[in-house]
Design a protein around this ligand. Structure first.
Ligand SMILES: [Zn+2]
Length: 184
């Protein structure tokens, strides 16, 4: 009995293809997906199956699809962050501009403590600003919280989060090999 070139499941008697309908459908879903999780889940399964695919033509097609989808959903490169003015081993080549993100939280609607412990959403906004300026790092980052308004009982309040920093371009400094250390 003929089997699917990709998953090895038996093909129905009527199936003239080398690939079962399930795999064909999964391939189509992967290559057309707009959702990263869906695409990458299928992608991983195909990657696992790839070494066992004997048919060269199918193998080629599969590899092509995998590469395409990995390129499409490549995770965004995160910028380097520091609260200090520089990074060890890097030189600042260019100062772009100050970047600022302000967010107001309502204690009635937000888990304040959790939100303060994870300021990632604000950092993503900060990164986007910095990237638009052509920066690859942010130095001198400051996070501040201030009370905007509170009710008389003190049970409810609004807090403003301000994250700021300086968008810069940094470059790795190649340490010079000191003379004499080269050949030891
Ligand atoms: Zn299959």
């Amino acid at each position: 009995m003929a089997i699917c070139t990709i998953c090895g499941n038996p093909l129905s008697f009527f199936d003239k293809n080398k690939v079962c309908p399930k795999c064909a459908e999964a391939y189509k879903t992967m290559t057309t997906a707009e959702n990263r999780d869906i695409a990458m889940t299928i992608c991983e399964q195909f990657q696992e199956a790839l070494p066992n695919v004997k048919d060269e033509k199918i193998k080629e097609l599969l590899t092509e699809g995998i590469n395409k989808i990995q390129e499409k959903f490549k995770p965004e490169e995160s910028l380097m962050h520091t609260t200090t003015g520089s990074f060890d081993g890097y030189a600042i080549k260019e100062y772009k501009d100050i970047v600022i993100v302000k967010e107001v939280f309502d204690s009635g609607k937000t888990q304040m403590l959790e939100r303060m412990q994870d300021a990632r959403p604000s950092f993503n906004k900060l990164d986007r600003q910095a990237k638009r300026l052509g920066a690859n790092a942010i130095v001198g980052i400051k996070i501040e919280y201030s009370l905007v308004v509170t009710d008389q009982s003190g049970m409810w309040c609004k807090v403003m989060e301000t994250i700021s920093g300086t968008a810069v371009v940094v470059e790795k400094v190649h340490e010079r090999i000191k003379f004499g250390e080269q050949y030891d």
